[in-house]
Design a protein around this ligand. Sequence first.
Ligand code: BGC
Length: 474
Amino acid sequence: MPAVPPVSRQQAVQAIEEQFTLDKPLLESLSARFQELYDYGLANHGAEMQMIPSFVTGVPTGTEKGTYLALDLGGTNLRVCEVALDGNGTFTIKQEKYKVSDQLKTGPVNDLFNYMATSIDNFLTDFGTTSTEDVLHLGFTFSFPVEQSAIDRGHLIHWTKGFNCPDAPGKDVVQLLQDALDRKHIKVKCSALVNDTVGALLAHAYAAKGALISAIFGTGTNGAYLEDIRKIKKLKTAEGSISHMVVNTEWGGFDDERKALPVTIFDNKVDRESIRPRNHIFEKMISGMYLGEVARCVLLHLIDQLVLFQGFSSKLLNTQYGFDTAYMSAIEADKEDATSTSSPTRTVLVATMGIKEEHISAEDIETVRTVCRIVGTRAARLSAVAIAATMVQTGNVQSTGPNDDGVKVGMDGSVIEYYPHFEERMRGALRELIGEEGEKRVKIGLAKDGSGVGAALGALQAAKQLASGHRVEV
Ligand code: BGC
């Protein structure tokens, strides 16, 4: 008698589907919890959803002009850019991408920052600059939780997304970069520090002539929005002339206490084996760095139940992070008949993942597609919870009348850009949460190059704060 409890394919898949399904009442309870944690984070330092004041006190109008350098760390690659804003909602950008090795991501922080300074130097050597200034101003998009105390000052709270230089938390990342630049005598001044969500908001406001909310659904996930300064209760600044400030929510840390999130055993495994266990569980259920890994764990479970690939796996499928989220995208885009010998799903499984052709049936192809759909749908519906909560937080759910043209929301990241059906599934859940009228008010635009253009706009805002004598700091 076999020790593996006999279960049919249908029963096994149904059990997965049940664990990953977020029905309306569950969505609503998550949304209510989001609201609680928004308020808590705005009033308290050190909250799990940190609600970080960005010291950016308004959004662009599209008329901004100037040329700035931008440095972007926190997505798949390091990028150095030169952005020329032409004052017409448009810009030109020159950019170069640099790989960041795992060694740099987890070694001494000075090595990482020296590498960034060298990359800036290489960029300037390769491309030159159009600026005539003696010292070039640089905006730094650093996409990790940072406690800011001015637009050009902020201490790393902790790492996320596979970075883990142990000596970095608590240090001012602008100072680290400036020191690395100065050591190499590179005439660049880091004048602004922005999170990528803040960058996306600034970039989208510049391009779309106004925006209130932004979201990243890429390697990681996070959102930012323009908040009424009176609601940011924990902020004690002497500057009395400001009415609003962009807040970086760090919603990846939503419900790390796991009071409301329906975390499955697959999520627990992904989390337990990740670089920072018990941290950013919401992000691990949504973002591109982890979706493939969640799906991989589900597929292995079905293999171990002997309902998939006749119980056989492959070296790559057995390897942590071996099943990339991009493969899920290819599988979800696959419309071919499951019996086809050349369907994209079969190609991913055989050519990329190394599963033996003779172990894959047409039913297996269907099952793999279903698993991707289940994991991808949950991610999109969870994302809707964050967007709905931000619409409620900013008082933007109700129509403002016949001329209402909604709320511009800038989004960036590989998941929103490339994952099939992501937006449509997110919108479905938005309708359940804030009604059809509310959902229609969410005007999503891709904040292309948000991190580069946003950093440039951050540097411009820093220069304005200085020139007007209204430097905001605590
Ligand atoms: C970081 C955020 C960032 C997001 C998207 C998260 O892991 O904590 O600061 O905005 O990824 O890049």
